[in-house]
Ligand binder design. Structure first.
Ligand code: FAD
Ligand code: GLY
Length: 382
């Protein structure tokens, strides 16, 4: 199929970081796109995220993760600087990229064990990192508490202000002559294993955690998309709560990871997160949870204990059991999926868009991309 021909059109369902990045990449390759978003563009998980681009912390040391997740994350992290630069040049807006390496620290025996596991995993993968003692840590970031005893500097792990990235993506999609934005759902209909969404040559579903539950008429009967493409049943909701406090002269200057807690400085605020709550579709944060996160952050950086809370929020990650995204053609002819990006959807946006443009438009799939094809995701038997 020559999708690069001017008459070909791709539908995208879901305008989060994944849908927006794909729409832009398809348009850059000369293909017309209609992007369907039922709410506000970029206000789902992509807005709720902390914006860490963290292959080392999020993928290298994860015991049960997909065997090639770290490789995928690293490949996307390498795309980020030039991808962000091009977003900035084309949109005239900041994309919010900040390449300052993150540091991982420990204040307890459990965190120290986790650091050691991570250091071993990085060594095995020959990934560059540095071990830091207490005084070196405080030289790098003097907001750290005296209780912080050991740390790792992770040159692979950068960050971005994801809300700035979203704003740049939205502007470029709105300005593109090849992208039409529809503020509604697309009626999906599957007949004998073939998708018919009238007028489109291919349809990409990237509706985050809601992707399996997209309303679909299957062989004439109302149903859910996961009934036709069973790999989607692997995708679950993972709620997350976080807060942001004001930034001042005593605030941390580096992304700091300590066990499951993180502190991420942005230009005008400090983000503190996050919970990971399997199966919870959260729309609002809970006061006690937010208080607890701030309290734990103050054990790492004491100045955060009395910082004024500017905002607290909740979001829902789309996750699979192997923490890997599914990206590519489904078993339904004409239907492609990109979901399940779990804790790495911001990091993985550039590579996801590239994989899908290569697959749908150019008809080629790399070996790395093939490892994340929906067919490889088998839902657990119930
Ligand atoms: P979303 O951003 O949720 O977008 C999906 C869109 O689909 C939504 O706009 C929704 O309205 C729309 N939609 C749903 N149903 C329909 C329909 N029927 N029709 C039309 N549109 C529909 N990732 C990182 O890389 N780094 C981080 O530091 C990070 N921190 C995070 C912290 C938290 C608290 C959370 C919750 C997530 C975090 N993530 C992080 C993960 C990241 O945010 C997600 O993996 C990513 O945003 C998923 O993007 P998405 O486009 O698939 O989903
Ligand atoms: N990547 C951070 C989070 O998902 O909380």
């Amino acid at each position: 199929m020559n999708l690069a021909a001017p008459s070909f059109r791709i539908a995208i369902v879901g305008g989060g970081v994944i849908g927006l990045s794909c729409a832009l990449e398809f348009a850059r390759r000369g293909v017309s796109v209609t992007l369907f978003e039922k709410n506000e563009l970029g206000r789902g998980a992509s807005w709720a995220a902390a914006g860490m681009l963290a292959p080392a912390f999020e993928a290298a040391g994860e015991v049960d993760a997909h065997p090639r997740l770290f490789e995928l994350c690293t490949a996307s992290a390498k795309l980020w600087p030039s991808w962000a630069k091009r977003l900035e040049v084309d949109s005239g807006l900041s994309a919010g990229y900040d390449g300052t390496p993150a540091i991982a620290v420990s204040t307890s025996r459990t965190d120290l064990n986790q650091l050691q596991t991570l250091a071993r995993a990085l060594q095995e993968r020959r990934v560059d990192f540095q071990r830091l003692d207490a005084s070196e840590l405080r030289q790098i970031d003097n907001s750290l508490s005296d209780r912080v005893s050991h740390g790792l500097r992770l040159p692979t792990d950068a960050q971005v202000d994801n809300r700035a990235t979203i704003a740049a993506l939205v502007r470029l999609c709105e300005q593109s002559a090849l992208i039409e934005i529809e503020n509604r759902e697309l009626n999906l209909s599957i007949q004998e294993g073939v998708l018919s969404s009238s007028g489109f040559d291919a349809t990409l579903v990237c509706a985050g955690w809601q992707t399996p539950h997209l309303q679909t008429v299957i062989n004439g009967a109302p149903s859910l998309l996961e009934t036709a493409e069973t790999s989607l049943a692997c995708v679950e909701a993972y709620g997350g709560q976080m807060l942001a406090v004001g930034r001042d002269a005593d605030s941390p200057t580096h992304t700091i990871r300590a066990g499951d807690l993180y502190i991420v400085p942005k230009a005008d605020r400090i983000i503190i997160g996050a919970t990971v709550e399997p199966g919870r579709v959260l729309s609002e944060p809970e006061a006690l949870v937010i208080e607890n996160l701030q309290q734990r952050a103050s054990d790492i950086c004491p100045s955060l204990g009395h910082a004024k809370v500017r905002e607290a929020w909740a979001g829902v990650r789309p996750g699979t059991p192997s923490h890997a995204p599914m990206i590519g053609a489904t078993s339904v002819a004409g239907l492609f999926a990109a979901t399940g990006h779990y804790r790495n959807g911001i990091l993985l946006a550039p590579i996801t868009a590239k994989i899908l443009a290569d697959t749908i438009i150019e008809g080629r799939t790399s070996k790395l991309a093939a490892a994340f094809a929906p067919a490889g995701f088998i839902p657990e038997a119930v």
